[in-house]
Design a protein around this ligand. Structure first.
Ligand SMILES: NC(=O)c1ccc[n+]([C@@H]2O[C@H](COP(=O)([O-])OP(=O)(O)OC[C@H]3O[C@@H](n4cnc5c(N)ncnc54)[C@H](O)[C@@H]3O)[C@@H](O)[C@H]2O)c1
Length: 331
């Protein structure tokens, strides 16, 4: 059964590609390699790779013409919150126009199922924590707004054309494949675990903690970290759920537990056996003190449960990758 994974050369997409192909699906990858890495697919891979920009409907259609996809797993796009505030054109282009191109092709080529990489950023400032899926959707930046627009488009395609979909609202994704050959390689890197390990590797002098005056026990932000391997497994279960006729909708995908920035730093220090120098910096605009998912719905719908999403396992797996690839896939 053929499945298209957009953004399959990115951090999350590459883990999903590996999970789905290990489960026997024939995976085709579409990626423009703007931030992804061909190396993430592995040297012995037998995936078809289409290097195409989602915004270019003609290029993307050439891929649909040559395959009979049962599902599109759509992880491709832009995801830097701060950048999205300054450059909304790029975010609406890649995340909205690119996604609408894909949905139109799904209709034209009768692709029945769709999995979408959504985000907790669509909730904005949480009114209660843990956050349930029925929480008001009030994103505070263009990134979150573009993802919310596509959740609405999916609901419309469901109503009008019967497309079956799950929008998976990821919380903070971290860790690496336990094999040590697949992990995060972003430039610029904005995520906490890789930046902590860059300090441990001597590539940065110190890790900046953005705000120590939040109303949390240690004054730093609390986030919900989900292991990328747990997240990839959730996609396999989500695909089976749709293939078995399960309902469409939106699901939080997090660990259901909150950890502070300082908790993460301590877990990284334990994993690499080095101390990580920190410096205090100002809060980032729009940063909220606590973001934690209520994961009751995904547990119920997919029978999914986080298995590697405790901080020590996330840090140990991420460090295994960074110790082998200190400067990313090219090292
Ligand atoms: N990493 C997280 O914690 C997190 C949290 C919530 C949601 N998400 C979402 O998950 C998805 C994957 O995130 P990631 O961290 O793996 O990002 P990533 O940057 O590592 O991967 C994105 C991939 O999409 C490709 N891409 C970007 N624009 C494209 C375009 N116009 N056409 C074709 N390919 C394009 C990139 O080359 C890259 O391979 C994104 O949609 C992101 O919004 C990520």
């Amino acid at each position: 059964m053929e499945v298209l994974v957009t953004g399959g050369c990115g951090f999350i997409g590459a883990h999903i590609v590996r999970e789905l192909s290990a489960a026997g699906f024939l995976v085709v990858v579409l990626d423009d390699l703007s931030s992804g890495h061909i190396e993430s697919l592995g040297s012995s891979c037998d995936f078809s790779l289409y290097q195409a920009d989602l915004r270019d409907a003609i290029e993307v259609e050439s891929c649909f013409r040559q395959h009979m996809f049962q599902c599109v797993v759509h992880t491709g796009g832009l995801s830097l919150h701060g950048e999205s505030v300054d450059d909304p054109e790029s975010y609406y282009g890649a995340n909205v126009i690119g996604s609408l191109n894909l949905l139109a092709l799904c209709k034209q080529y009768e692709v029945p199922h769709f999995l979408f990489s959504s985000t907790c950023a669509i909730y904005g400032h949480p009114q209660q924590v843990p956050i349930r899926e029925d929480h008001p959707l009030l994103p505070t930046n263009s990134y979150g707004r573009t993802k919310l627009a596509i959740e609405h488009a999916l609901a419309s395609y469901r109503e009008a054309h019967g497309l079956n979909y799950l929008a998976l609202r990821y919380f903070n994704t971290a860790g690496a494949h336990p094999g040590g050959d697949l992990g995060e390689d972003h430039e610029p890197e904005t995520h906490l675990f890789p930046n902590a390990f860059r300090v441990a590797l001597g590539q940065r002098e110190q890790l900046t903690i953005h705000g120590r005056d939040f109303p949390t026990p240690d004054g730093t932000c609390i986030r919900d970290y989900v292991h990328v391997q747990d997240l990839a497994r959730a996609h396999l279960l989500a695909l089976r759920h749709l293939l078995n006729g399960g309902p469409s909708g939106s699901l939080n995908l997090g660990s259901g537990r909150g950890h502070s920035v300082l908790d993460v730093v301590r877990a990284c220090e334990k994993a690499c056996g080095k101390s990580i120098r920190i410096q205090e910096g100002p809060r980032r605009p729009g940063e909220v003190p606590v973001l934690v998912a209520d994961i009751a719905r995904i547990r119920e719908w997919l029978h999914w449960t986080p298995e590697r999403s405790d901080l020590d396992t996330i840090a140990a797996d991420a460090w295994r990758y960074f110790a082998r690839h200190p400067r990313g896939y090219k090292s």
